[in-house]
Design a protein around this ligand. Structure first.
Ligand code: HEC
Ligand code: HEC
Length: 346
């Protein structure tokens, strides 16, 4: 008969191999559901990148004179250096007006199937035109954007460099295209989860791996999957149980406004969970500031599952492993206004 010591050693050994096997199985399962963020900016269809175009796009992203008040730029609501968001429930726009929805991050937006909470813009290029002319955001017009940029003499050379051989390169279309190219560079590779997906088991600690297993097995990954751990499909907010009106007020019917199809009432694009620990408050209403509460709400509203505090905690630490390298952006130097430049209308 083997000694007690030997038996316990054998048990320990089999436990260890069992654990190693299930760790490998978990990694395989994860690799089938998610993809790492690539190191370089992805190409945009019909909008080839050059360094000069990306630089122009960066200038425009930080350019407050694109707004009627000359006080608001894309960066006002999607701050580089702050997760690509404004940390507001809903954003402050033109004349201190609040929009109706929380500002999603621009980071990794390039990988999403469509833009906005309701997916009403098909890509970054189409999206970039929206806020410029939105009365509660930047409140300008397409014609005024062109007039404004033509009224700042320094931009002529920057546009000419970005669009050489184009006779009149300062157009609304080129503004959108350049901004989209800059946004495509705002990706966050190399999160612990990306390193794990590439085969480094130690990139996630034991709690994070348990959180990942819960995220998959409880069903979160049925909607939040792919390269952005979300961003790939649409789903109702409240599949099983509609959250209270404090979190999901009845006024905003989401994708219904785009498709006018009854089954799209309260349907939203499943958001990416990349860098989610940096982008509170949560949901399209921005009503939830605590990531743990957001996870618990998802359990009951989307899955009909009452997650225990411990499960919520493990999923939260897994979500923390989705924070990648943040883009390092040197502030652009913008050309000065001159006497004839159109003035701000605050
Ligand atoms: C006043 C605040 C504000 C300004 C200024 C602003 N945005 Fe937004 N942005 C938002 C809000 C709010 C949403 C979500 C609106 C919705 O879904 O209906 C959004 C959505 C987006 C999205 C979609 C992200 C996603 O996950 O769907 C992108 C990309 C984006 N903005 C880029 C820009 C760019 C580029 C500019 C400058 C041209 C800009 N924004 C200016 C507040 C702002
Ligand atoms: C049936 C699809 C579906 C399932 C399953 C699902 N979600 Fe979601 N999730 C969504 C949708 C849709 C939203 C956007 C809701 C809104 O704000 O309108 C969302 C939002 C979120 C948010 C807030 C994101 C942000 O940027 O504000 C978090 C966090 C989240 N989900 C985590 C989870 C977790 C964790 C699970 C599993 C317990 C889960 N989700 C299960 C569809 C789903």
């Amino acid at each position: 008969m083997p000694s007690i010591k030997l038996v316990s050693l054998m048990v320990l050994a089999s436990l260890a191999t069992g654990q190693a096997w299930s760790q490998t199985a978990l990694m395989k399962q994860a690799q089938g559901l998610f993809k790492p963020i690539p190191a370089n900016a992805p190409p945009l269809a019909g909008n080839a990148a050059t360094p000069a175009k990306v630089e122009l796009g960066k200038m425009l992203y930080f350019e407050p004179r694109l707004s009627e008040s000359h006080a608001i730029s894309c960066n006002s609501c999607h701050m580089v250096g702050m997760g690509g968001v404004d940390l507001q429930e809903t954003s402050l726009g033109h004349r201190w007006q609040h929009g109706g929805r929380n500002a999603p991050t621009v980071y990794n937006a390039v990988f999403d199937v469509a833009q906005f909470w309701d997916g009403r813009a098909k890509d970054l290029e189409q999206q970039a035109g929206g806020p410029l002319v939105n009365p509660v955001e930047m409140d300008t017009t397409e014609a005024h954007v062109v007039e404004q940029l033509k009224g700042i003499p320094g931009y002529a050379a920057v546009f000419a460099k970005a669009y050489p051989a184009v006779p009149d390169p300062i157009t609304f279309d080129n503004v959108r295209k350049a901004i989209a190219l800059f946004e495509a560079t705002l990706t966050t590779p190399n999160a612990p989860f990306d390193r794990y997906l590439k085969g480094d088991e130690k990139a996630l600690d034991a709690n994070q791996q348990e959180g990942l297993a819960l995220f998959i097995n409880k069903g979160c990954a049925a909607c939040h999957n792919g390269i952005n751990v979300g961003g790939g499909m649409y789903a109702p907010f409240g599949v099983v149980e509609r959250p209270g009106a404090d979190i999901l007020p009845p006024g905003d019917k989401g994708r219904f406004a785009v498709t006018k199809t009854v089954s799209d009432e309260y349907v939203f694009r499943v958001p990416s969970l990349r860098n989610i620990a940096l982008t509170a408050p949560y949901f399209h209403t921005g009503k939830v500031w605590d990531l743990r509460q957001a996870v618990a709400i998802m359990g009951s509203s989307q899955l009909g599952a009452k997650l225990s505090d411990e499960e919520v905690g493990k999923i939260e630490v897994f979500l923390g492993a989705l924070t990648g390298d943040q883009p390092k952006v040197a502030l652009p130097i913008l050309p000065p206004s001159v006497a004839t430049t159109p003035r701000p209308k605050p």
